[in-house]
Design a protein around this ligand. Structure first.
Ligand SMILES: [Zn+2]
Length: 255
């Protein structure tokens, strides 16, 4: 009799544990669904990127080509293509809790053939371990006296075996002067993660400095700047610009 009672109590406890776990799983799934929905509503980038990859004939109509800086802006768009993901973008694979830190330009062509140029003059560094990236130090043209950096990445083959960074900048390059428009390399597919599928593009971000003048961790949104005023283009996802993105009309607010 007592054994039967103990058994039924044990059962009741397990049922409680099970119900609690189910509740937590339900709340987590619900929270994730809400986050996904909210993130999708904050961005208009996914549709353009999907079109770019599913219908290559759409590419010319989605491409931004800007060989000189927009009127009144200091930076040159470093590559031609669809400016797909924008700054603070929440589109896949990002979300409202993990936003994109720069802009992604998806070029039309084979990996290793679409050129990437320096957005602005400065001093280029490529750390010894960098297969696909370079970073350039600048005196901030919009806030003279402040040091900022432009960071360019994904310039290697998908598996990382072939770097597409220009031969002039081998690993270990430090503080080499480059003029605006200098060829840095070519768009690639290297993400650093073996299984992450990355369509060919170049990622460009503007990174702030530590107090000692070195660059901060680019992967953190708070260490990056809104590129819109530097390029004279609406590159903050808050404005959900139509693609292709062009120069901001002069006098218009740049988000
Ligand atoms: Zn990116």
């Amino acid at each position: 009799m007592r054994a039967a009672l103990r058994r039924s109590r044990r059962l009741a406890r397990w049922q409680q544990v099970l119900l609690t776990l189910l509740g937590l799983a339900g709340a987590t799934a619900g929270g994730f669904a809400a986050l996904t929905l909210y993130s999708q509503m904050q961005s208009n980038s996914t549709r353009a990127i999907q079109r770019w990859f599913s219908d290559p004939s759409s590419r010319p109509s989605l491409t931004t080509v800007q060989r000189t800086p927009c009127p009144g802006a200091p930076f040159l768009l470093p590559s031609s293509g669809l400016i797909g993901l924008l700054w603070r973008d929440t589109a896949f694979p990002y979300n409202a809790l993990r936003r994109h830190t720069g802009i992604d330009i998806f070029g039309d062509g084979e990996p290793g053939t679409v050129p990437v140029y320096a957005a602005y003059h400065g001093w280029l560094t490529r750390l010894p371990a960098w297969k696909a990236s370079v970073i350039i130090r600048h005196d901030d043209p919009l806030q003279p006296g402040r040091t900022i950096w432009t960071y360019y990445t994904h310039m290697a083959s998908r598996d990382g075996s072939t770097s597409y960074v220009a031969d002039a900048f081998p690993p270990g390059t430090r503080e080499v002067w480059v003029a605006q428009g200098t060829l840095l390399g070519y768009q690639g597919e290297y993400s650093g993660k073996a299984l992450a599928p990355v369509g060919m593009h170049v990622h460009v971000s503007i990174v702030t400095s530590e107090p000692d003048g070195s660059f901060r961790n680019e992967a953190r949104l708070r260490n990056t700047l809104d590129p819109s005023p530097y390029f004279g283009m609406p590159l903050n996802i808050a404005s959900k610009p139509a693609r292709p993105i062009g120069c901001q009309a002069s006098g218009a607010a740049v988000y």
